[in-house]
Design a protein around this ligand. Structure first.
Ligand SMILES: [Zn+2]
Length: 571
């Protein structure tokens, strides 16, 4: 239909404008800038229709149809790309990640590759050798409990042994960091420093001395004394990170935690029109996802932001306010209804007292901010739903898409509750790619089988209330590995966890496109290949709808286009 309309308007214009001298340039304005043809266009529209070719003009899809229809629109200046049978899907949107880490990686000790404590220490030692004494050493996101043979964190003493003259700050994939004595000294942490609310300075059980491991709200004690990278370097890191994501077929991302400094970097890139990813931000206006301010101060802060959820445009927007209430299922800190199998008195950690949580949320809601809360264990999800219900009594949240972030161990009854509140769930299935065995070790097989219960969520809440994210750098940002896990429920060793939670390939694609677009109320402008929508797409190396199931994880982006511009092309 739209194709015909576009054709007719061109014919009409040429008739009207033919006698004047401006006709040529007017006509040029109406030609597509780009046509991709001779392919399989998986539109992910309402009926999941398939086409052969697509035309893009002014950064948006102009027409989708058969080769003959679309090629007929071409002008002399139209760029034509012959897909030679390859498949196109809409640009993929990752609904929860910490993308910046991809740009920071080369400035941090690459601990992700360590398999033992000794290997980790060697990597730190090598980094020390190329660093001046007194300079800070940072580590990249890594997961000692899942990746090290010893299944534990490094101690202060161990890090001291290879880095006596540099302060060392080694974050994990979240919720925990390790430091050496030099760093603890600069942070002023001693045996007498009390644990802050919602945080823990872990200590040696015999001496009571801090052992170098800090959890949750204790992390800022040290992170606040780590000097920030220069602004220009951070801009470069963020742009590099966008390019890395583009190379995997990603065109949009919801950033899981953004502090005011980080927002400025995104704004700078946006203002200079240098973004190659469409970014929506979960915001921490105080810089911390576990705020410690008194409630009246929190109210002043939220009101003082001066705008509300979804402010921005299709390149950069605020999404909601981010809070964290428990730990992780791969960290043995998810807050559970049942005690942990190895300790009948341990339920995980809950980091914001429930009454306070309800009030923090209600205040955000009062000033028209959507809230997204990190909650992994079922008991944590109960408390978050309580808080959402509390806020909803003051002012309806039903059409506002509040979010359960992770919700990895969500129970069916909670899905019904969330649905009544119009709450979304954003699960990251690729936790089960390389950490399923760790989940099983901490929580048992039954819970590992129902971790990331995507089938249940779609069936109970509807496919529109869930998106696809990765939590990179906790997990790989590779969307095809994530979709492989969704479809097969297999981990990287081929072990199946909860086959009954598997979803179809079409559903997996919907989660990564329409579903993630809906996270930030953007489903009318992105998330499918339809006339008038933003020209974001990926050409992929294999047809995700028909290739052998085992090949899904090996699919690569061949070309990524954002707003009608090629941002990535494989060599
Ligand atoms: Zn996260």
């Amino acid at each position: 239909m739209r194709t015909k309309k576009a054709l007719l308007s061109i014919i009409f214009l040429s008739l009207v404008l033919a006698p004047t001298l401006t006709w040529a340039s007017s006509l040029v304005l109406h030609y597509p800038d780009m046509i991709l043809h001779n392919g399989k266009v998986v539109t992910a529209d309402k009926t999941f229709s398939i086409a052969q070719a697509v035309a893009i003009r002014d950064g948006k899809f102009l027409a989708i149809g058969t080769d003959a229809n679309i090629l007929a629109l071409a002008g002399r200046a139209t760029m034509k790309i012959n897909l030679k049978g390859k498949t196109i899907i809409p640009g993929l949107i990752d609904s929860h990640n910490h993308m910046e880490a991809a740009g920071e990686a080369q400035y941090k000790v690459p601990l992700g590759k360590a398999k033992t404590v000794a290997e980790a220490l060697t990597l730190i030692k090598e980094w020390v050798a190329k660093t001046k004494p007194g300079e800070w050493i940072r580590g990249g996101g890594w997961h000692p409990l899942a990746q090290l043979q010893e299944k534990r964190y490094l101690t202060r003493g161990e890090i001291d042994s290879v880095a006596p003259d540099n302060p060392v700050f080694l974050p994990t994939v979240g919720h925990f960091v390790m430091c050496n004595s030099y760093a603890m000294r600069l942070a002023g942490i001693t045996k007498d420093t009390p644990n802050p609310p919602g945080g823990e300075i872990q200590r040696d059980p015999t001496t009571g001395e801090p052992n170098g491991v800090l959890a949750e709200a204790a992390i800022p004690l040290v992170s606040n004394v780590v000097p920030p990278w220069p602004f220009d370097l951070r801009v470069k890191m963020y742009k590099d990170a966008m390019k890395t994501f583009n190379s995997a077929g990603l065109t949009g991302a919801v950033i899981g935690v953004t502090n005011p400094e980080s927002f400025k970097i995104y704004q700078y890139i946006w203002a200079n029109r240098e973004a190659t990813m469409r970014v929506s931000l979960m915001y921490c206006p105080t810089g911390e996802p576990i705020p410690t301010e008194p409630l009246d101060e929190w109210g002043r802060i939220i009101r003082g932001i001066g705008c509300y959820s979804d402010f921005g445009d299709n390149w950069l927007s605020f999404s909601g306010i981010k809070l964290i209430v428990d730990g992780g299922m791969t960290l043995r800190t998810a807050y559970m209804r049942d005690p942990y199998p190895h300790d009948p008195n341990y339920y995980g950690s809950f980091l914001i007292p429930p009454e306070r949580l309800s009030k923090l949320v209600a205040i955000c809601n009062r000033y028209d901010w959507r809230v997204g809360i990190h909650c992994v264990g079922d008991a944590a999800i109960d408390k978050v739903l309580d808080a959402y219900e509390y806020a909803n009594k003051e002012k309806s949240i039903v059409d506002r898409r509040f979010i359960l972030i992770h919700a990895s161990l969500m129970q069916p009854g909670q899905m019904e509750r969330a649905k009544r509140l119009g709450v979304r769930v954003d699960v990251q299935n690729n936790f089960m790619w390389d950490k399923a065995a760790t989940v099983e070790r901490f929580l048992g097989k039954e819970k590992a089988n129902r971790a990331c219960p995507t089938r249940w969520i779609i069936d109970r809440m509807g496919i529109g209330s869930i998106g696809a994210g990765t939590d990179y750098p906790v997990n790989t940002y590779n969307p095809f590995i994530n979709m492989y896990v969704m479809v097969t429920r297999k981990d990287k060793n081929g072990v199946v966890y909860g086959a009954n939670q598997a979803i179809t390939r079409q559903e997996a694609l919907r989660l990564y496109t329409n579903g993630s677009a809906a996270y930030s109320f953007k489903e009318d402008v992105m998330g499918s290949i339809e006339p008038g929508k933003l020209g974001d797409l990926v050409v992929i190396s294999n047809d995700i709808l028909t290739c052998p199931e085992e090949s899904i994880k090996d699919i690569k982006a061949v070309m990524t286009i954002v707003g009608g511009k090629i941002v990535y092309e494989s060599k």
